[in-house]
Design a binder for this molecule. Structure first.
Ligand code: S3P
Length: 173
């Protein structure tokens, strides 16, 4: 039974801020895989990547997701790379109502240019490199139960739409 909601999408699409609003609207707990990992390791994400490597981070993502999947009534913001792992997709499929926040790449790039704290922006610094990463992930995000085109919506409008779709799908009564 899918009794949790997970937000999927590329870095900068608004998973954390929208997720908080959704949780507030429906009275569920909000969690963010990145924040849980940072707390568990005691280091910010860029430090985790530079000290222990991306694979270590990815293993923690799966560990955290599996733990959260045993809970009920959570809204979860996932890291942008989380749905790439088969195991994570399996967990999401089974325990979460999934929502892809689709934002066009040029808009994301504009937002991310000003952002710090995301190690993959150093690994893929140019527009075309990051776009290739984005495009490689779209097929995974697109398997979500619901896709919301968020380019021209406010965070509040996106949150409202998610709640509406979750109701329509029987996730919320
Ligand atoms: C990542 C996205 C980040 C974070 C890490 C790796 C990715 O989360 O998990 O830096 O692989 O796209 P956000 O999508 O919340 O920025």
């Amino acid at each position: 039974m899918r009794c949790n909601i997970a937000l999927l999408g590329f870095m900068g699409c608004g998973k954390t801020s929208v997720g908080r609003r959704v949780a507030q609207r429906i009275g569920w707990e909000f969690h963010d895989t990145d924040a849980i990992i940072e707390k568990r390791v005691g280091l910010p994400i860029p430090e985790i990547f530079s000290r222990y490597g991306e694979e270590y981070f990815r293993a923690l993502e799966t560990e955290v997701l599996a733990e959260l999947a045993t809970r009920r009534h959570l809204v979860l913001a996932t890291g942008g790379g989380l749905p790439v792992r088969e195991k994570n997709r399996e967990i999401l499929r089974e325990h979460f109502f999934t929502v892809f926040l689709r934002v066009s790449f040029p808009i994301l790039f504009e937002r991310l240019r000003k952002s710090t704290g995301r190690p993959l922006l150093k690994k893929y610094p140019s527009f075309s490199e990051l776009q290739a990463l984005y495009e490689s992930r779209v097929p995974y995000y697109s398997r979500a139960h619901v896709i919301i085109d968020a380019d021209f919506l406010t965070e509040e409008e996106v949150a409202e739409e998610i709640v509406r779709r979750a109701r329509d799908c029987g996730v919320l009564v």
